[in-house]
Design a protein around this ligand. Structure first.
Ligand code: TMP
Ligand code: ASP
Length: 233
């Protein structure tokens, strides 16, 4: 298969393939945090993020959540359907952490009485500002119908993944999703991994995600491998 680099991001490289409708995503070991201010490498992260994403996309498909996943192409590559990415990052939160604590003065680890759905503008140069649905319509990021649809999907994905991780003694604290347009469909795209989710051990509340890298908590590579094993179990 011939492949040409289409785009290189902070954690992934996207290649075209022989098929115009498909792309190959290569998951890198490079890690960034705080808008690329902190840079580093997490050995084995590309494999972990690819395998976890492939597994969770296939799991979600069983719950009628359409995704861009086609097949795991190698340890650190995923073959996907080519979509037009919607410029909105959709976040769901179950337990207070990260920016929620900072922005609203909530103590980390506080159980939220109801999950919080948030939208961020997908634009690194603007530092992904928090937006609401009216920004989405006014800035023509998505239509009302699209926002309604991917919001419902995000709520469903949260319910499905939360109980999936709960059965493995892991708390799904929060996560970020990206959706894409494919013909007249909206499908789940990007990745679902320790880079894009906060995952805590349910008993010890040990952080098992990118916060270990963001805040220099140590055992980063080991914990990425451990969370993959527990996710696949
Ligand atoms: P936040 O608390 O930093 O806003 O993060 C919320 C969730 O979104 C968390 O699970 C990490 C994920 N996330 C990304 O996937 N990409 C990002 O650029 C940021 C800031 C957060
Ligand atoms: N992904 C963002 C960055 O690369 C922020 C983060 O994950 O903390 O800077």
């Amino acid at each position: 298969m011939s492949k040409t680099k289409l785009y290189e991001g902070k954690a992934k490289i996207v290649y075209t393939t022989d098929d115009d409708n498909q792309m190959l995503i290569h998951f890198k070991d490079e890690a960034t945090a705080f808008d690329g201010v902190k840079k580093g490498k997490i050995k084995g992260k590309g494999i972990v993020n690819n395998k976890m994403s492939c597994h969770l996309f296939q799991y979600l498909e069983r719950y009628n959540v359409p995704t861009h996943f086609i097949e795991q192409a190698s340890d650190n590559e995923m073959l996907v359907k080519k979509v037009e990415i919607i410029k909105i990052e959709v976040a769901m939160r179950n337990i207070a952490a990260g920016h929620l604590c900072k922005r609203y003065g909530i103590e980390e680890g506080t159980d939220l009485q109801t999950p919080i759905l948030e939208f961020y503008l997908k634009d690194d140069s603007l530092h992904n500002p928090l937006i609401n649905e009216y920004h989405a319509y006014a800035l023509e990021l998505a239509t009302r119908e699209e926002v309604r649809y991917f919001s419902q999907q995000a709520i469903k994905i949260n319910a499905v993944l939360r109980s999936y991780f709960h059965r493995r003694d892991i708390l799904l604290v929060d996560f970020k999703l990206e959706f894409g347009r494919l013909a007249d469909e909206i499908i789940l795209a990007d990745e679902i991994s320790p880079d894009t989710c906060r995952l805590w051990d349910a008993k010890t509340r040990k952080k098992m995600d990118k916060d270990r890298f963001r805040h220099d908590l140590g055992e980063v590579e080991e914990t990425y491998k451990e969370i993959l094993e527990r996710t696949l179990a």
